[in-house]
Design a protein around this ligand. Structure first.
Ligand code: FES
Length: 123
């Protein structure tokens, strides 16, 4: 596949990436009792991740950005988070799972296999 000229110019301007990695936590809440990540205290997961990333000194440009997200449409596996640029999807249960994602993936670049969200899980 040939790279479009405007993409090549964009890539030159934007490389290296502003952040090394992004992790997005779904915080979506549904009012009708359907499955959603907010039912599993996703907000606490986000806050814990933010504090761990900051304590590790890897937050900010060139490092890691922790972001909240709306529904990522994988609600049945909630709570979910996704790490880019690798596009690795996680299901976490507690703070120790978040710690492992931070230490292994966000710091070490190694995917946490045991927390991977099954590829067949959707809405
Ligand atoms: S509510 Fe979290 S993925 Fe849909």
């Amino acid at each position: 596949m040939t790279e479009r000229p405007q993409c090549a110019a964009y890539n030159r301007r934007m490389s290296p990436s502003y952040y090394q990695r992004h992790i997005f936590f779904c915080l979506n809440q549904r009012a009708n009792n359907e499955a959603c990540c907010a039912q599993h205290d996703a907000q606490a997961g986000l806050e814990h991740c933010k504090s761990r990333v900051k304590a590790a000194g890897i937050n900010g440009p060139g490092g890691v950005r922790v972001n909240k997200a709306g529904c990522l449409d994988r609600c049945a596996g909630g709570p979910v988070a996704v790490v880019y640029p690798e596009a690795v999807w996680y299901h976490y249960v507690d703070q120790s799972d978040i710690d492992e994602i931070v230490d292994s993936h966000l710091i070490g670049g190694k995917v946490v296999e045991r927390l991977l969200l099954s590829p067949d899980i959707g809405h």
